[in-house]
Design a protein around this ligand. Structure first.
Ligand SMILES: [Zn+2]
Ligand SMILES: [Zn+2]
Length: 188
């Protein structure tokens, strides 16, 4: 099982590297920063001047290399789903793909000074959160748990990057199941 990070209109190499390290730490699976990319033009909504995150997920799925991999798109464009004004990210529940954007995680969007450390922490939490969904985890009631839902950027600051013990054991169980499946597919 591997986790691929696909930068989509995202050029901050340092941020990608620190994210890769953080995700390896959280999920204990190998992380690869992929060089595959695709144009986001087809997901652009000209009236909203935003990008449809569900469309991005469908494109990410096409680049899925192996059966049991997870793919995280990381972007700087503003994301939306049709029923919401914006999203920080989206994921396929119990699926392969997730996407996160730094667009609304940046303090400067809210008229505050740039804060690279805060941005890094927010991106890591949102990436862990969305990838948690791909492992079948749903929103958690524990406000410290990374699976707690956040609507505003500053809300992300209150939760940790960690899974609570409940989410953590669900994640481990899911990973075990996936690894078992992977082994049987390789044998047959
Ligand atoms: Zn969520
Ligand atoms: Zn939890």
């Amino acid at each position: 099982m591997r986790l691929y990070i696909l930068p989509l209109r995202f050029s901050d190499k340092n941020l990608l590297n620190s994210l890769s390290f953080a995700l390896e730490n959280s999920f204990k699976i190998p992380v690869v920063i992929s060089s595959i990319s695709f144009s986001l033009d087809g997901g652009m909504d000209p009236l909203r001047d935003q990008f449809n995150s569900t469309w991005i997920l469908s494109q990410l799925l096409k680049s899925a290399a192996e059966e049991s991999c997870k793919i995280l798109g990381v972007t700087s464009v503003d994301l939306f789903v049709p029923v919401l004004t914006y999203v920080f990210g989206e994921a396929q529940l119990d699926g392969k793909t997730a996407v996160v954007s730094i667009y609304r995680l940046r303090d400067e969007l809210y008229g505050l000074p740039k804060n690279p450390e805060k941005l890094k922490a927010r991106l890591e939490k949102e990436a862990v959160h969305e990838l948690g969904h791909t492992f079948g985890l749903i929103h958690c009631q524990d406000p410290r748990c990374v699976m707690y839902t956040s609507t505003y950027a500053e809300e992300i600051d209150f939760k940790s990057r960690e899974f609570c013990s409940n989410c953590s054991s669900l994640l481990e169980k899911k990973k075990d199941d996936l690894l078992k499946k992977e082994n049987t597919t390789q044998e047959s």
